[in-house]
Structures are given as structure tokens and as C-alpha cells.
Ligand binder design. Structure first.
Ligand code: FCB
Length: 440
């Protein structure tokens, strides 16, 4: 059973999350091309070469989607804005239609009593900026600050919160070292630069929003519990290093003005010159930290080039993504983030959820596994609140089935089923269960 609202502190907020490219339909409304369009058009990158041109058609169906959010008694909606929709070339000209769209969306939330929680970058970099080196180019910090200012001059007075960049690890490591996401690089020098510039861009964006007088600004990072694959000292060291570049790098920069020494052993030689001078900017004060959490990984040594480790399949029950279900990891990261980095700052679980092979039968999607998943993770949140960790809200990923990046439309994370032919929305059993738990 999903624990209900009354079993949480009175000011605890519940939300659902989405992102622009995954739901809007990028071909509509004058948006510019992005590196995800390019990545998807390259054979072998995305299942069925699927892309976000139509996605969930949210660009036109947003009123219905906001009604659905309000209908499940959510307090807050975590959405993202597309840089290329606001500035099709990434710099210079502004697409008025794009700004109008986000303004309507924010006003639509307010009309329905939903708090708008904005993210400025959830992965669709305008292609012309990718041509200039994208996250490898230090100038991206200033381009991003300019975009921040243009967007927030329009909606910054009405959003409840704002965070610059969703999941810096994915922007940098997953996309430049593992090559799984756009721009699909596998290059350590590009990675080191992206690992630094993404933090710098975060800091410059925070400063731009402070300059506009905005409040309630945060950072959203993702976390994976790194478990040694066996009892050996080598496996312990491998897991520790994985934890370093995945879970500690960005928090350490943003909240302690330093990078973890163990990770610098590998990345240090490839870092951009003078990176030490940027740490104050990266650590521009924020008002809260957001944690995205899905799973744990078992890590063991592999030999070969740094970081010389890899994943081993674990024994726990898995979601449709093949990800082990491990709610203890969520409790662990909430506790550790407060203890080691953020102290009394409010923490939010900004993403948590699961993909399941959901099917409609007689108009019903009976996603009991998702209900159990949400219940267990919400209980983990309650357990750390009881210890005094200042967790102030929980957002589930995702409101809608959507474009799951390199896995295309096949992986369904939504509380609401989307038929990608007709775009029809069908709330799943989890939507109804959450709606009942959140009734005021
Ligand atoms: C997160 C992303 C989100 C979605 C979920 C499943 O890493 O922020 O866009 O893909 O994973």
C-alpha cells in the first residue's frame, strides 16, 4: 500500500516529473534542432531510431496533462524547458512561440493549484552549440547563463523552484565516456571537460537567476548505489571509484568546492586548464538539493584502462530496464547527502520510478509492480525523515509514458499509459492508487 499523505509531515510535497524532449513533440512550435535529433538519426544509437518529433504530443495536449496531474492530487509538477525551443540556435534569436508556450504552461499549473518546478536543461542541446563542441567548450557556461536569463525573465516570477541541469553525470559521463546518450562520445578528454563545464554552467545559471531575484533554486543529481561485486579488496576499490565519479563528484564540487581525489587520479590529466579557479562559481549557494534515484549496481574490477571496472548482474528482482529494485539505496543517499554535503538544506527526491511492460486490458492497466515500487521507496523516505533527515518532497518519474532516450518508446515509466499512435492517455492503477493516497 502506498503510504498516504497523512503519514508524512504536513508540509511534505508530492509531485510527478517529466522532461521537455521526452513528451512535448519537438517538431512543433518552432524549436531548433538538437543533438538528440542528430544522435537518433544515426544508426545504432536509439532503438528503432526513434526520436522526439511527436513524443506524447504534450505541446498541444498540455491542458489535459495538467488536469491529470491535478486529478491525482499532486502538489507540484517538475517539468523542463527546452533550450532549442526558446533559442533555436542556442544563442541569439529567441523563438517567441517557445517562451509563450512555457508561460502558458506555468500559468496553467498555477490555475490548477500546482507549484511549477522548472528544470532548464534536460539533455536536448541545440545542434549549433554541439557544432561548437557543446559541453566540451567552456563557453557553454555563458551561453547557458544567457538562455537562463531569457527564459527566467519570462517565467521566473511564477515558478515555485528552478534547477539548472538535470543529472550532470548523465550529461557528462554517460554521454561523453560511455557514449550511450547524445553526443555519443567515448573520449576521456571530452569527459573530463564535460564533467567540469556542466558544473560551471550550473553555477553561472544559479548566479543569473539570483541576479533576477529568484528564490528556491536547487541542483538535481542522480545516484546509483555502488555495491562491490564480491568480498575482495579489488571489488571494494572498484565500487568506491564508481561511487566517486557517479555519486560524489558533483555534490563535492557544489557543496565543498572540491573534486574527489580518487576520481581526479583518472580525470586530472584531462581537465581543462585552470579548473581550480571555477570552484567558487560551481559552488554558488543553492536552496535545496534534488536526488534522482533508481537502482544499485554491483561493480567489480575488469583490468584495462582507467577506471578498469564494470558491472556484474545482481540477484535482486529487476524492472523492465534490467535495474535491480533496491529502496535501501534511496535511504542511504538521502542520509549521506545531508550528513556529508548539504546539512540542513531541504532535500527532494526529484525522480524515482520504474519501467514495466504495461498493457491495457479492458481499458485498465493493472501495474501492481509499480504500486509496490512506489510504496517501498516512499517508506524508505519515511524512515530517513524519522531519523531527522530534512526530506521535503518526492517526485515520481514519470507522469506519462514517454521517449526513454536510447531505448525509444518501448520502456514505459508513466503513471499514465500513452498510446503512441493515437496519443490517448489512460491512467494506470498506480495513478489511481497515488491519487487516493494523496487525497487531502
Ligand atoms: C533519468 C532521466 C529521465 C528518465 C529516467 C528513467 O535518468 O532523468 O529523463 O530517462 O532516468
Amino acid at each position: 500500500m502506498i503510504p498516504d499523505r497523512s503519514s508524512f509531515p504536513a508540509d511534505f510535497l508530492f509531485g510527478a516529473a517529466t522532461s521537455s524532449y521526452q513528451i512535448e513533440g519537438h517538431a512543433h512550435g518552432g524549436a531548433g534542432r538538437t543533438h538528440w535529433d542528430d544522435f537518433a538519426a544515426t544508426p545504432g544509437n536509439v532503438v528503432n531510431a526513434e526520436h522526439g518529433a511527436l513524443a506524447c504530443g504534450h505541446y498541444h495536449r498540455w491542458p489535459q496533462d495538467l488536469d491529470l496531474l491535478a486529478g491525482a492530487n499532486f502538489d507540484v509538477y517538475r517539468f523542463s524547458c527546452s533550450w532549442a525551443r526558446v533559442m533555436p540556435e542556442g544563442r541569439g534569436a529567441v523563438n517567441g512561440e517557445g517562451l509563450d508556450f512555457y508561460e502558458r504552461l506555468v500559468d496553467g499549473m498555477l490555475e490548477r493549484g500546482l507549484k511549477p518546478a522548472a528544470t532548464l536543461y534536460h539533455w536536448e542541446l541545440p545542434s549549433p552549440l554541439a557544432d561548437l563542441g557543446g559541453w566540451r567548450n567552456r563557453d557553454i557556461a555563458n551561453w547557458f547563463a544567457d538562455y537562463t536569463e531569457i527564459l527566467m525573465r519570462r517565467i521566473g516570477d511564477r515558478v515555485w523552484s528552478a534547477a539548472p541541469i538535470n543529472e550532470p553525470w548523465c550529461v557528462a559521463w554517460l554521454s561523453h565516456f560511455l557514449g550511450h546518450h547524445a553526443p555519443g562520445l567515448r573520449d576521456i578528454r571530452a569527459t573530463a571537460r564535460a564533467m567540469h563545464h556542466v558544473g560551471l554552467a550550473h553555477g553561472r545559471s544559479i548566479q543569473a537567476m539570483r541576479g533576477l531575484g529568484m528564490k528556491n533554486l536547487g541542483a538535481v543529481c542522480n545516484f546509483e548505489y555502488a555495491q562491490p561485486a564480491d568480498d575482495s579488496a579489488e571489488a571494494a576499490a572498484a565500487a568506491r571509484l564508481y561511487d566517486g565519479y557517479y555519486n560524489r563528484w558533483f555534490l563535492s564540487a557544489m557543496f565543498r568546492k572540491e573534486y574527489p581525489a580518487d576520481v581526479l587520479e583518472g580525470l586530472g590529466p584531462h581537465m581543462p586548464e585552470g579548473w581550480q579557479d571555477d570552484m567558487d562559481t560551481i559552488a554558488s549557494p543553492v536552496d535545496w538539493a534534488g536526488l534522482n534515484y533508481y537502482t544499485r549496481k554491483l561493480i567489480g574490477p575488469t583490468g584495462g584502462a582507467w577506471p578498469a571496472h564494470g558491472e556484474v548482474t545482481g540477484p535482486l528482482p529487476k524492472t523492465e530496464m534490467g535495474w535491480e529494485i533496491y529502496p535501501e539505496g534511496l535511504a542511504y543517499f538521502l542520509r549521506r547527502t545531508a550528513q556529508d554535503y548539504t546539512g540542513d538544506l531541504p532535500l527532494y527526491v526529484t525522480e524515482n520510478g520504474m519501467a514495466a511492460p504495461d498493457q491495457i486490458a479492458d481499458g485498465v492497466v493493472q501495474d501492481d509492480d509499480r504500486i509496490a515500487f512506489l510504496a517501498r521507496h516512499l517508506e524508505a523516505v519515511q524512515s530517513v525523515i524519522a531519523e531527522g533527515v530534512p526530506v521535503k518532497g518526492y517526485f515520481t518519474w514519470s507522469l506519462l509514458d514517454n521517449y526513454e532516450w536510447a531505448l525509444g518508446y518501448d520502456k514505459r515509466f508513466g503513471l499514465i499509459h500513452v498510446d503512441f499512435e493515437s496519443l490517448q492517455r489512460t491512467p494506470k492503477a498506480s495513478y489511481h492508487a497515488l491519487g487516493r493516497a494523496l487525497a487531502r
